[in-house]
Ligand binder design. Sequence first.
Ligand code: CA
Length: 233
Amino acid sequence: MQPKFSILLIEDEENIRSFISTTLKNQNYKITVAGSGKEGLHLSASLCPDLILLDLGLPDMDGMQVIQKLREWSSIPIIVISARNHEQEKAKALDLGADDYITKPFSTVELLARIRTSLRHSTQINGQTLALPIYRHKNLIIDYDKHLVTLDGEMIHLTQIEFKLLSLLSQNSGKVLTYASIMEKIWGPYVDNNNQILRVNMANIRRKIEKNPATPEHVFTEIGIGYRMAEGD
Ligand code: CA
């Protein structure tokens, strides 16, 4: 069987390296490993992998620098591997152009799910099929052309901003979007970076689309980072 996709892992810790390598090989991914930022950048350019898994704590370079250098020439999806309670670091990595993050320690299931989502998004973008006319998840349907949102078949009334927000999140479903990137896309680059206006709008959206806003089914908060909408059915 041909390997599905090639993945470059940039990670200096031996135990995490072997755990990830074994897991991905078992799933028929082609995996290459780099132990430093410099080697990682070199291999990215020579191999052009389909996806990069990047540890942010590398011996020779800051992981943020690796993201910046990669993004100068490449849109290869990057998933960063970060420690718990490093929310600012994760948000910064996403704003620099990483696609997603995974928090140590993580399970095989989580790792594979994140990889599948990132690969799906990148092949959709490259294949120009991103503009789906409808998002559907459980009882929620968003029809972008008709500007319609229904929940259990009932029309939901959203303000213009709420509809824009929900469209942005659902068109990136499965991915976390940072507060800063949402603010910029909805309110423009000159909005002040206090997220109050975003929180208020998100609370209103939740009241309208979630049966129980305290245990959401559609839009999830990633504390200190941003929001992630459930992948469409
Ligand atoms: Ca490390």
